[in-house]
Write a protein that binds this ligand. Structure first.
Ligand code: P6P
Length: 317
């Protein structure tokens, strides 16, 4: 029985024991992620002090200037995930093509991740995060990554905020663990997270209002009429974490400039959609459940509307 304060490692092992056919591979996979997260958290804490603020001048495949912490976080994740031997392939927002770790030749899983989402907020000390999505290896080709989000084996995020919280699901419950830096352990703090059926917060970049279609404009205006509050941090992990806890709706829609929105399907929308749906909410592109979208390429973008079931149903009609 999961109790508040339970150590994440014990929680993962107890989860594994519930599945007779479990081989311990997913346990090792998740353990590698948590080890990397602790190191990233320590460096994010130091960002204001050590010379990790500012950019490397490198332009990543998204055409964005890479912040040093981005590169560092990607390097740490690649190292720990590779060393675990559980992953046949790794895909990252920071890498144009997947990596195939030598030690992962017999790995059962592939993982896609955004090593440090929201990195444009590093210099202003706003919460940022790591997002990950784990699928079973299918045939050792790119098809391993191009699976619908509903097939994820596990997904989660780590938010580096006033505290470091890891939230993940393997398809049933969603559970949150807060890092106790004094002992270096993630301890269960948010057992069996359930998103409220409705919220009173909407989270969208209203600066793009003039680029939205008329439907969306009228929906957002209706939310204002109903007295919803606007909360938008501009860091997806932070905005989704708040939505998961408080309810309401987070959206990054398509618009006249970004025809498919900005957020990436494989390592942003699908993992977050997996968590929100397993917590009782909804995640859609506006026309299709995000978890049913069949990916066509590694870094493709999709429009995102996710949050409380009641709020999402209202906005998509
Ligand atoms: P905008 C951060 O750069 C990010 O990828 C997500 O974390 C965030 O939700 C979004 O972009 C913010 O984008 O256009 O509102 O600044």
């Amino acid at each position: 029985m999961a109790t508040i304060g339970m150590d994440l490692n014990r929680f993962i092992l107890e989860e594994e024991r519930k599945h007779a056919q479990a081989t311990g591979s997913l346990t090792l996979a998740l353990t590698a992620i948590t080890s990397a997260a602790k190191i990233i958290a320590a460096h994010v804490r130091m960002a204001g002090l050590a010379d990790v603020i500012g950019t490397t001048g490198v332009i990543n495949i998204q055409g964005e200037v890479v912040q040093k912490l981005d590169e560092f976080s990607n390097k740490i994740l690649v190292q720990h995930l590779s060393d675990s031997g559980q992953f046949y392939a790794l895909a990252s927002e920071e890498m144009e093509e997947p990596l195939f770790p030598e030690k992962g030749r017999n790995g059962k899983y592939v993982i896609a991740f955004d090593p440090l989402d929201g990195s444009s907020n590093i210099d202003v000390n706003v919460s940022i995060g790591t997002i990950f999505s784990i699928h079973r290896k299918v045939d050792g080709t790119i098809n391993d990554f191009l699976q619908e989000g509903r097939k994820q084996v596990a997904a989660g995020y780590i938010i580096y905020g006033s505290s470091t919280v890891l939230v993940y699901s393997t398809g049933n419950s969603v559970n949150g663990f807060t890092l106790d830096p004094s002992v270096g352990l993630f301890l269960l703090s948010h057992p069996d997270m359930q998103i409220p059926e409705r919220g009173k917060i909407y989270s969208i970049n209203e600066g793009y209002f003039n680029r939205w279609d008329e439907d969306l404009k009228s929906h957002v205006s209706a939310l204002k009429e109903k007295g919803y509050s606007l909360r938008y941090i501009g860091s997806m992990v932070s905005d989704v974490h708040r939505t998961l806890i408080k309810g309401g709706i987070f959206a990054y829609p398509a618009d006249t400039k970004n025809k498919s929105g900005k957020l990436r399907l494989l390592y942003e929308a699908a993992p977050m959609g997996f968590l929100i749906e397993n917590a009782g909410g909804m995640a859609t592109t506006g026309t299709e459940n995000i978890l049913d979208v069949k990916p066509s390429e590694l870094h493709q973008r999709v429009p995102v509307f996710l949050g409380s079931r009641g709020d999402i149903q209202e906005i998509i009609g």
